[in-house]
Design a protein around this ligand. Structure first.
Ligand SMILES: NC(=O)c1ccc[n+]([C@@H]2O[C@H](COP(=O)([O-])OP(=O)(O)OC[C@H]3O[C@@H](n4cnc5c(N)ncnc54)[C@H](OP(=O)(O)O)[C@@H]3O)[C@@H](O)[C@H]2O)c1
Length: 252
């Protein structure tokens, strides 16, 4: 029987690249995201290689998540690896100018959505035990503050601490848990963050060398396929051409 991976946010960016990476190694894929057409396209591409089950799913909907896991066909269980990748940033402007609804959307997706999926999949991962893994997509924003990071960075700090706390509870089950925290990577992330501003997205990535979705997919696969006795707790990765900056000072 193939190993089974569930990837949330498989319709774009890191999630789609990870789907291709796991397929290359013969894993059966459960691919989730809201955009049905994108899921269908990916299914057509990858089911040539491995069994693929797609689920059009909003991770914010706890009941739908629970039902989707309960309805998995027999050949897609138990799940050996959960890639909690679905997420988004919104409103790259000062906190005092942000719509409250945008803060709620980030919390509902990056925090509530991530715990919804984790809660639903944990029994399956524990059934697999040794060698099973959860890979959570955090961010450098969870560790390092920056202007306009507000609730996005806070949700990713949650992801880091939830990862560590899960590790404590899962000790003895064999299930590994990792927070992969990328820096700047070129995906649809900035397009979503800017409300569809393609020029703003292009500008951010131009003249430098951001991470590619395939770079992160490689790290996700690496983390999930390490020998069963190794747990990477947190993996922070930036483009070589990105670093921190000095403290900002308000002056007279
Ligand atoms: N790109 C970066 O610079 C960067 C850096 C650090 C961390 N990250 C994190 O990496 C993860 C993937 O981001 P990405 O860069 O690959 O961005 P992306 O290209 O915009 O992909 C985001 C994915 O999340 C899914 N998603 C969003 N809201 C969802 C919801 N409510 N329910 C289900 N799926 C949902 C989207 O699918 P649908 O729209 O089809 O639902 C999409 O597949 C995110 O957690 C992000 O915070 C990104």
């Amino acid at each position: 029987m193939n190993d089974v991976v569930l990837i949330t946010g498989a319709t774009s960016g890191f999630g789609r690249a990870a789907a291709r990476r796991f397929a290359k190694e013969g894993w059966s894929l459960i691919l989730a995201g809201r955009r049905q057409e994108r899921l269908q396209e990916l299914k057509e591409e990858l089911s040539q290689v491995v069994p693929v089950h797609t689920v059009a799913l909003d991770v914010r909907d706890a009941e739908a998540v629970k039902q989707a896991i309960a309805d998995l066909p027999g050949e897609f269980r138990p799940i050996k690896s959960l890639i909690n990748n679905a997420g988004l940033a919104l409103a790259p402007k000062p906190s005092q100018e942000v719509d409250l609804a945008d803060w709620h959307t980030m919390i509902d997706t990056n925090v509530t959505g991530l715990v919804n999926v984790t809660h639903a999949v944990l029994p399956s991962l524990i059934e697999v035990g040794k060698g099973a893994s959860i890979v959570n997509l955090g961010s450098v924003a969870g560790q390092w503050p920056y202007p306009g990071g507000h609730v996005y960075g806070a949700t990713k700090a949650f992801v880091q601490q939830f990862t560590y706390n899960l590790r404590c509870d899962l000790l003895g089950t064999g299930v590994r848990v990792t927070d992969i925290a990328p820096g700047m990577a070129e995906t649809e992330f900035t397009l979503v963050r800017t409300g569809g501003d393609q020029a703003a997205s292009d500008k951010l990535y131009s003249g430098t060398t951001p991470l590619e979705p395939e770079d992160i997919a490689e790290l996700i696969y690496y983390t999930a396929s390490l020998p069963a006795h190794i747990n990477i707790n947190r993996l922070e990765v930036m483009p070589t051409r990105q670093a921190w900056s000095a403290f900002a000072i308000d002056r007279d």
